[in-house]
Design a protein around this ligand. Structure first.
Ligand code: AMP
Length: 627
């Protein structure tokens, strides 16, 4: 099939196109209307249709492929591998759903899940979906403050936590973080369900609040819980992501549209058929984790391979050994992970039989050419750059090997995915720019199925964050881009103050708020600075109310403060204590100049700079020659 033809149909006759695609999933009640776009930019897909994500991911496959592996959860941290067939997945998800029911969780209730990549995290997500509860998975690398922010926004009835995570052999107990988050939150959940792997048995339980999963699991036995049929546009889950304010946004996803997008993309993008194996190395706490560690492969009747641990444990061949053992067809990872592996001998890849591996998809951050060339050469397989966002939930720019495999162009994630009408426009005029010219990437609404429906409890923020940037109603992806003569799009980085650390999205504002919470701090600016391995790292510039006696100790404490409150993922690589931050005469921080200097680039137009000394000092602390 020809990409251009099918793509054109998807955007020119979306209702016809998506009506056809919707047949790939099970509908308890078929949709009455394919698209309701009477209240732009809000849109409703498959109106009146009733379905359920868990039913599509589990029940539907039990008859035909009950004995096939649905989930393989491998932990190189604990050394445990769990192989779960569809029949077993059905049992475990039902049991988990029965436990949720016992805890009086029902349709529409929010459930925060704070767990690493372990089988029970998948059971918990699917169990929520089964009973119509809205899950919100919080990345296990986030610390108490981040968790508290999400709790307060989602107001969950229940929090499900693992006893601990593990990273590089180090046990990270979750219970103290959960306790701190519940203490900080204004509306903590009434119950905390603890799924223990015996990693941190010592933590005392909070009387009346904490419940152990194992005990309840035993009580419910092989209970079966009926599926809750949900209208296509009811919320299925929330996934918080960073923006330009200190408060993360609750990206809200629907049920029917998401299921259809998952079913379609498994076929068209990932070229992974029922019975085949998909290995996504993401964490379940991220968008890729939701879509391609859990829902996509399971809705597609595939085997989902889930991995907890470093890519280098026990050695840099760990992932490739799994690809060989389970016959992985489609692998999905991040450029940072590949840059880590690139430091190791190529033999770790070449020693494995990867004859069944067809593709490596990489997403979440820019894929630099040397990394792409290296892994492409090492594997001898197509390496497909995938551009998407938590908001889109599935690839927006990609190649579609399941439809028509176009040649890979290094540095570009390719073409708009089916249903995505995308443009690169001038940031001021809103007019589409010519090929080869830089502009802002936008999606012309209505957004396709699978993309976010709104910001949880905050339609105004949805409109303001994404649709208020131009005169025309357009979804701004907040990325700079260039489209070349052949239609390949290249992403040039964010237009806002969001930074990308090893594929993890962080708001500089969130880090700034934590640092300015220190009473000694007067002003703070956090920027993302280029890093060879992780793409970007946060760097802090701070002014203190009083000159510190021991600046090194203060800097170290501010760093620790960020790690304590937000998690190690946000750890600043450097904290510079300065006397003044570079600002314009009207008091606006010259953030871009600061970043340029930190990256040894030209700081640009400084004609509006208020105090030239501030810039000289920045140069000094960065050990740069002055002008
Ligand atoms: P997240 O919501 O965490 O997935 O982050 C989304 C952001 O990551 C996008 O807005 C881009 O800035 C960046 N991003 C994701 N995928 C790519 C890619 N393939 N190439 C360049 N940037 C990407």
């Amino acid at each position: 099939m020809d990409y251009e033809a099918i793509y054109r149909r998807s955007i020119e006759r979306p209702e016809e196109f998506w009506a056809e695609e919707a047949k790939a999933i099970y509908w308890h009640t078929p949709p009455r209307q394919i698209l309701d776009y009477s209240n732009p930019p809000f849109r409703k897909w498959f109106v009146g249709g009733e379905t359920n994500l868990c039913y599509n991911a589990v029940d539907r496959h039990v008859g035909e492929r009950g004995e096939q592996l649905a989930l393989v959860a491998v932990s190189s941290e604990t050394g445990v591998t769990r192989e779960v067939s569809y029949a077993e997945l059905f049992r475990e998800v039902n049991a988990f759903a029965a436990v949720l029911k016992r805890l009086e969780v029902g349709r529409g209730d929010r459930v925060v899940i704070y767990m690493p990549n372990m089988a029970e995290a998948v059971f918990a997500m699917l169990a929520c979906a089964r009973i119509g509860a809205v899950h919100s998975v919080v990345f296990g690398g986030f610390a108490a403050h981040n968790l508290a922010l999400r709790i307060d926004d989602a107001t969950p009835k229940l929090l499900i936590a693992a006893d601990a995570g593990c990273r590089g052999g180090k046990v990270i107990p979750y219970k103290p973080l959960v306790d701190a988050a519940c203490a900080e939150a204004a509306s903590p959940p009434a119950k905390v369900l603890i799924v223990s792997r015996g990693l941190d048995a010592a933590e005392p339980r909070v009387e009346g609040r904490d419940v152990d999963y194992a005990a309840l699991r035993e009580q419910v036995g092989d209970a079966q819980v009926p599926v809750e049929w949900l209208e296509s546009n009811e919320p299925s889950y929330l996934l918080y992501t960073s923006g330009t304010t200190g408060k993360p946004k609750g990206v809200q996803r629907d049920v029917g549209g998401y299921a259809v997008a998952m079913a379609q993309s498994m076929r068209t993008v990932f070229d992974c058929a029922p019975g085949q194996v998909m290995f996504s190395t993401s964490d379940v706490g991220w968008a890729v984790g939701h879509s391609y560690n859990v829902y996509g492969p399971l809705i597609g009747g595939c085997t989902a391979l889930l991995y907890e641990g470093l890519p280098t444990t026990p050695d840099a061949g760990a992932w490739w050994a799994l690809c060989e053992k389970y016959g992985v067809r489609t692998m999905f990872s991040s450029p940072t992970a590949i840059r880590v592996l690139k430091k190791h001998d190529i033999g770790f890849i070449r020693d494995h039989d990867l004859s069944r591996l067809k593709y490596l998809f990489l997403a979440g951050e820019p894929l630099d050419e040397p990394t792409a060339v290296w892994i492409n050469g090492a594997l001898g397989k197509p390496v497909i750059d995938n551009y998407w966002q938590t908001e889109t939930g599935w690839p927006a720019l990609t190649l579609l090997p399941g439809v028509d495999m176009k040649p890979v162009k290094f540095g570009s994630p390719g073409f708009p995915n089916l249903g995505y009408r995308m443009k690169v426009i001038d940031e001021r005029t809103g007019v589409e720019v010519a090929a080869g010219r830089k502009g802002v990437l936008v999606i012309v609404p209505p957004l396709p199925p699978g993309c976010m429906t709104t910001v949880w409890n905050d339609d105004a923020r949805f409109l303001q964050s994404y649709f208020s940037h131009f005169d025309e109603l357009l979804y701004s992806s907040l990325d700079w881009a260039i489209r070349d003569e052949e239609g390949y799009t290249f992403i040039l980085g964010r237009t806002d103050d969001v930074i990308n650390v090893a594929g993890h999205r962080l708001g500089t504002r969130e880090i700034e708020e934590v640092i300015s919470g220190d009473p000694g701090v007067a002003e703070v600016a956090v920027i993302g600075v280029h890093d060879e391995l992780k793409g970007q790292l946060p760097v802090v510039f701070v002014t203190m109310r009083q000159a510190p006696q021991d600046p090194c100790a203060v800097a170290a404490e501010l760093r620790q403060r960020v790690v304590r409150q937000l998690g190690a993922v946000a750890r600043p690589s450097r904290v510079h204590i300065v006397n003044a931050l570079p600002k314009t005469r009207s008091g606006k921080l010259l953030r871009r100049s600061l970043q340029a200097l930190a990256e040894q680039r030209d700081p640009g137009d400084l004609s509006t700079l208020d105090d030239p000394n501030a810039l000289e000092e920045i140069r000094r602390v960065l050990n740069m020659p002055g002008e």
